[in-house]
Design a protein around this ligand. Structure first.
Ligand SMILES: O=P(O)(O)OC[C@H]1O[C@H](O[C@H]2O[C@H](CO)[C@@H](O)[C@H](O)[C@H]2O)[C@H](O)[C@@H](O)[C@@H]1O
Length: 890
C-alpha cells in the first residue's frame, strides 16, 4: 500500500473560474502492466464520462467531465490516472456494497478490466468497458456465502446518435450470471469471428490480476527488473530455506572445483618450472652450449627436452589469469631457447605448429644405412671408372635436426643438366619433379613432408653445385628444413674415400689452417689444370646452391702440380664472394632465391647476431664486453682498390660510441699505421699485420711477459705498450715485398701491399687466367724463404712469418693487456669476415670465452657463433650494443 496524492486541475468548460480539487486516498500500488492498457486503448471522453458516473459525492459541485477539458498533473505516471480513478471509484462501490451486504473484506481478489473497442469509426461507435472484481474467501467457507463479485460495465455505441448503457452489479457466491456470462462470452466470440470475417477490427484488452495486489506488483517488479537488465539490481527473489541451502552448497562446490583446477594448474606449473630451471641452467652454461653446438646427439636430446617441456606447459589447463601468464612466459622462454639450440630459417615466426618431430629411429636408421651403402658402392665404382657416374641416395625427409658434423649436400639448385639426367631416370611414381628445385617446391607446397621418401635421387659428379664439408661419421641422412631440403651425407671414415673425395677443406698443406670453407666460386676442374682440393665450390652468388650432386674429384697433372699450388689456386678461386649481385643463372633463371635459401639454411648454424641480439645480451648481462673488430670487409666494404677501403662516417661514429662503453680493439691484416689512418679513432686499440703489430694499453706484466713487448709513446704522445712478436722478420718481409713487387709487375691488376710484418699479394683485379701466374710468383719466392708461410684472404695471398702468432693470439694478448683475461665476468666478442679471423673465433670458442661473429653474405664454415651479412649490419649491431648498454645502465 502506498499513499498517493493526486491533484487535478479542473477547468470548467462552461464557467471560466478554475477549480482545484485535491483528493487523497489509500490504495494498493499499481501493477506495472496497467499503463500499457492506455497505450492500446484511446482514453477518450467516453471513458471519462463513464467514470464520472461513479464519481464520489463531493461537497464541491463537480461538473461533468464531459463538460470539462481535463488537465491532469499527477506525481505518478499520467496515463495511469484514469485507471486509478476508476479503481478508486470501484473500490468505493465495493465497500459500499460490502457495507450494505455486511460482508467482511479480505480474501483473494481477482480484478478484470476489459475494454472492447470496435473500429473503424465509419461502422459506427461501439465500445464496451468492463470492470469485474471477484473476492474469494477461501476453501473453508461456503462458496455461496462468502464469495463476492462486482461488475461494472459501460457500453457506448451508435452511428450518428450515440447510446450509452452503464451497469453495476454486485453479487454473492455462485452467481447465476456466471453461467449466463459464459454463454455471453461464447456468443461474443462467435460474433467477433463473424465480424473479423467482415473486415471489422476489434481490439480487446483484458487485464487480470489474481491475488493480493501488492505482492503481485512487487513480484512483477522484481521479475521485470531482473529479466530486463540482467544486472541483478534490486532485491532477489526470496528463496525457501531448503532452496537457499541447496544454492549455497552448489555455489560452494563450484568454487571448490574452480579452485582445485587452478591449484592443479599451479602445481603442474611448479613442476614445469623446476624442469625449466634445469633446462635454463644448461642453456646458460657456456660449456654446455658449446657441447650442444658440437655434439649432435646432445643437441638432439636437449632439443627434445625443450620440446617435451613446451608440450607439457602447453597442456596445462587453466583459465586463471595467473596460470595463463605463467604459461605464456614459460612458453616464450622455451621457444627462445629452442630457437637458439635449433634455429629455424630466418623470417619465420616461432610456433609449435612448425615444429615437428623425428620419425621412429629404426626407419631412419635403415634408410640411412641403405643410403650409406649406396654411396660407398658408388664411390667404389667410380674408383675404377674414368667416366662420370651416377649414384642413388634415398631421400629421407626428417623434420627435426639430426645433425652431426658431417658434410652437407643441399638440394637447392636447378641446372639444365640436372633436368636432362633426371628426366629419363625418374621413377614414374616419384613425387619429385625433374629438378631439385621442384623438390624444394614440392615440400614448400606441403608435399609429403614428414614421411620417408624412399625415392632415388642421383648424385652426379658432373654437377659442380654440391657443397660438402668433411666429417667423420658413418651414415647418411637428410634434414628437412621449413623451406628446403638438405642432405647430409655421412661418409665412412675410410682414408681412401676421404682422399678420393678430397674432403679436407682449406687444406693448403701449410702450417696454418683456418677452417673456413672456400668462398663460393664456380668450380671448373679443368680450368686451372689442377684437381679440386676440396669439395665443392658453389656457383657465384649461391654458395650453397647445389643440385644433389657430389663432385668426385680426380687428380690430374697440372701446371703447378709439383708444388703446393694446387690447393692454393683452388683457394684463390674460392676466396671471396663476388660483390655484385647475381640475379640470373646460366639458364637465365633467377637464382637469388636459391642463394637466399642457401643462406638461410646456413644461418641455421650461424644465426644472425642481430636476430639473436637479445640472446647475446642475455648472456652478457653482468659481464664486461670486450670488442674486437676486423677492418676490411667488417668495418669497410670490400672494394677493388685496397687503398680506397674507407669506412663511412656513420660507421666511424658507431665505432667511436661503442668504444666509449666497451674496450674496443681493431685487429687487421693491414699495417698498424694504415689501419689507424683509415679508422682515425684514438679511443681504440690497434693490432696490425694480423696481430703481429699491437699497440695496446700499458700493462707492466704483459710487456714483461713478452719478449717483444715494450712501452713507447704513440702519435698522440700517450704511453702505449707496443708488441711486435715478428720484429725479427721485418728485414725479410721487406725483401720479399720487393721481390714480389718485381715478379708480379707484368701481371695486370696484381698488387703487392706491404703490411709491415706480412705482405699481401692482391689478385682481385687480375684476370682469372693469370691467377696461376700470380700463384707461381708467390710460390717461387716462398721457396727461398722457408720461415715464411702463405695464408689466404679475400682475393689476396698473404705471406707471413711462420711464428705461432695470429689474430687469435692477438685477442688473448689484448685481453691480458686490458686486464680482462681469466675473468669469468668478461665476454669478448670478435667480429670479422675473413679466414684469418677464424683464428680469433676459434680462440673464443675453444676457450669457452665469448662469441665470434662472422660477417658474410654467403655461407662459409666457421668457428663463429653468429653471423652478420655485411658491414651495415655490423654497424647496426654496434649501435644496438650501445643502446643496450645505455638502457641497462638506467
Ligand atoms: O684483416 P683485415 O683488416 O680484414 O685485412 C685483410 C686484408 O684486407 C685488405 O684486403 C681486402 O680488402 C681490400 C679492400 O676492400 C680488397 O681489395 C682485397 O681484395 C681484400 O683482400 C688489405 O688490403 C689487405 O692488406 C689485408 O690483408
Amino acid at each position: 500500500m502506498s499513499w498517493l496524492r493526486r491533484i487535478e486541475l479542473v477547468e470548467p468548460y462552461y464557467s471560466p473560474p478554475l477549480l482545484l480539487r485535491e483528493t487523497t486516498s489509500i490504495f494498493a500500488p499499481k501493477a506495472l502492466p496497467f499503463p500499457s492498457f492506455f497505450e492500446d486503448v484511446e482514453v477518450d471522453y467516453e471513458l471519462g464520462y463513464a467514470l464520472d458516473l461513479f464519481s464520489p459525492p463531493s461537497p464541491i459541485k463537480t461538473p461533468s467531465l464531459l463538460s470539462y477539458k481535463l488537465i491532469q498533473r499527477v506525481e505518478r505516471l499520467g496515463s495511469e490516472i484514469l485507471l486509478q480513478s476508476l479503481s478508486d471509484r470501484v473500490s468505493e462501490l465495493e465497500s459500499r456494497f460490502d457495507r450494505l451486504a455486511k460482508v467482511k473484506s479480505g480474501g483473494d481478489r481477482k480484478y478484470t478490466w476489459t475494454a472492447e473497442i470496435k473500429g473503424p469509426e465509419k461502422h459506427g461507435l461501439e465500445r464496451k468497458y468492463k470492470w469485474t472484481t471477484e473476492i474469494k474467501e477461501g476453501k473453508h467457507k461456503k462458496k455461496a456465502e462468502t464469495d463476492k463479485k462486482y461488475r461494472w460495465t459501460a457500453e457506448i455505441e451508435g452511428k450518428g446518435e450515440i447510446s450509452r448503457k452503464y451497469t453495476f452489479t454486485a453479487s454473492n457466491g455462485d452467481d447465476a450470471s456466471d453461467s449466463s456470462e459464459t454463454k455471453e462470452k461464447e456468443k461474443k466470440k462467435k460474433k467477433d469471428k463473424k465480424e473479423k470475417k467482415e473486415g471489422r477490427d476489434t481490439r480487446l484488452v483484458e487485464i487480470e490480476e489474481l491475488v493480493d495486489h501488492g505482492a503481485v506488483v512487487l513480484r512483477q517488479a522484481f521479475a521485470k527488473r531482473t529479466g530486463a537488465s540482467g544486472k541483478a539490481k534490486g532485491k532477489r527473489k526470496e528463496l525457501s530455506p531448503q532452496d537457499a541451502a541447496m544454492m549455497i552448497q552448489m555455489t560452494f562446490r563450484a568454487y571448490l572445483i574452480r579452485r582445485s583446477q587452478a591449484l592443479r594448474a599451479l602445481r603442474d606449473l611448479a613442476v614445469a618450472k623446476s624442469k625449466l630451471k634445469e633446462i635454463r641452467a644448461l642453456f646458460n652454461n657456456f660449456s654446455y652450449r658449446r657441447r650442444v653446438a658440437h655434439d649432435a646427439a646432445e643437441r638432439q636430446g636437449f632439443t627434445e627436452r625443450i620440446i617435451v617441456l613446451l608440450l607439457t606447459v602447453d597442456a596445462i589447463e587453466g583459465a586463471d589469469v595467473m596460470v595463463r601468464a605463467a604459461k605464456r612466459s614459460m612458453v616464450d622462454e622455451l621457444e627462445a631457447m629452442l630457437d637458439a639450440v635449433d634455429p629455424q630459417p630466418a623470417g619465420k615466426s616461432l610456433s609449435m605448429r612448425r615444429r615437428t618431430f623425428d620419425m621412429p629411429d629404426g626407419v631412419i636408421q635403415r634408410e640411412i644405412a641403405e643410403g650409406v651403402a649406396q654411396v660407398v658402392q658408388m664411390l667404389e665404382r667410380e674408383e675404377n671408372s674414368s667416366n662420370t657416374f651416377e649414384a642413388c641416395l634415398p631421400v629421407i625427409s626428417l623434420s627435426a635436426p639430426r645433425e652431426t658434423n658431417l658434410f652437407w649436400v643441399l638440394l637447392l639448385s636447378t641446372r639444365q643438366t640436372d633436368r636432362q639426367t633426371h628426366r629419363h631416370r625418374r621413377p614414374p611414381t616419384c613425387p619429385l619433379k625433374a629438378t631439385t628445385r621442384s623438390i624444394h617446391l614440392q615440400h614448400l607446397r606441403g608435399g609429403p613432408r614428414y614421411t620417408t621418401w624412399p625415392r632415388q635421387l642421383r648424385l652426379d659428379h658432373k654437377c659442380p653445385h654440391a657443397l660438402c664439408h668433411e666429417t667423420p661419421a658413418v651414415s647418411a641422412s637428410a634434414r628437412h628444413f621449413e623451406d628446403c631440403l638438405a642432405f647430409r651425407i655421412e661418409i665412412p671414415q675410410i682414408g681412401k674415400l676421404r682422399r678420393e673425395l678430397n674432403l679436407d677443406p682449406m687444406d693448403l698443406k701449410s702450417n696454418h689452417a683456418a677452417p673456413v670453407l672456400t668462398d663460393p666460386t664456380p668450380l671448373s676442374k679443368s680450368r686451372l689444370g689442377v684437381h679440386s682440393s676440396r669439395l665443392p665450390y658453389s656457383p657465384p652468388g649461391a654458395a650453397f646452391s647445389a643440385g644433389l650432386y657430389l663432385t668426385i674429384p680426380r687428380r690430374k697433372a697440372g701446371l703447378l702440380d709439383d708444388v703446393r699450388s694446387n690447393s692454393w689456386l683452388d683457394a684463390m678461386k674460392s676466396s671471396s664472394p663476388p660483390h655484385r649481385k647475381i640475379t640470373k643463372d646460366v639458364n637465365n633463371e633467377p637464382v637469388a632465391n636459391e642463394a637466399d635459401i642457401a643462406y638461410h639454411t646456413w644461418m641455421v648454424k650461424y644465426p644472425s647476431a642481430l636476430t639473436y641480439f637479445e640472446q647475446i645480451t642475455n648472456y652478457a648481462k653482468g659481464k664486461r664486453i670486450a670488442l674486437f673488430l676486423d677492418y676490411d670487409g667488417t668495418l669497410s666494404p670490400i672494394v677493388d682498390n685496397p687503398d680506397c677501403a674507407f669506412m663511412s662516417d656513420a660507421m666511424r661514429a658507431a665505432v667511436k660510441r661503442v668504444a666509449k662503453h666497451f674496450p674496443t680493439a681493431i685487429i687487421s691484416g693491414r699495417s698498424h699505421d694504415k689501419v689507424y689512418e683509415f679508422v682515425g679513432l684514438k679511443e681504440l686499440y690497434y693490432a696490425g699485420s694480423h696481430g703481429m703489430d699491437i699497440m695496446g694499453p700499458v700493462r707492466q706484466s704483459t710487456a714483461d711477459d713478452h719478449r717483444n713487448g715494450f712501452t713507447t709513446t704513440d702519435k698522440q704522445g700517450k704511453d702505449v705498450n707496443l708488441f711486435q712478436p715478428a720484429a725479427e722478420f721485418l728485414p725479410m718481409i721487406g725483401e720479399v715485398y720487393e721481390s714480389l713487387v718485381d715478379s708480379t709487375k707484368d701481371i695486370e691488376g696484381a698488387k703487392v701491399e706491404n703490411n709491415k710484418f706480412c705482405v699481401s699479394v692482391h689478385y682481385r683485379n687480375v684476370d682469372e687466367k693469370s691467377w696461376p701466374a700470380v700463384a707461381q710468383c708467390v710460390h717461387d719466392i716462398l721457396k727461398d724463404y722457408p720461415r715464411l708461410r702463405l695464408t689466404h684472404g679475400r682475393k689476396v695471398l698473404e705471406v707471413r712469418p711462420t711464428i705461432n702468432w695470429d689474430k687469435g693470439k692477438a685477442v688473448t694478448f689484448l685481453l691480458e693487456s686490458l686486464g680482462l683475461s681469466d675473468c669469468e665476468d668478461v665476454l669478448p666478442i670478435y667480429i670479422g669476415d675473413d679466414r684469418t679471423d677464424e683464428d680469433a673465433f676459434k680462440v673464443l670458442r675453444e676457450g669457452n670465452r665469448g662469441y665470434g661473429i662472422l660477417v658474410s653474405a654467403v655461407p662459409k664454415e666457421s668457428n663463429a657463433f653468429y653471423s652478420l651479412r655485411e658491414p651495415s649490419e655490423v654497424m647496426e649491431f654496434l649501435k644496438s650494443l650501445v643502446m643496450w648498454r645505455k638502457s641497462s645502465a638506467l
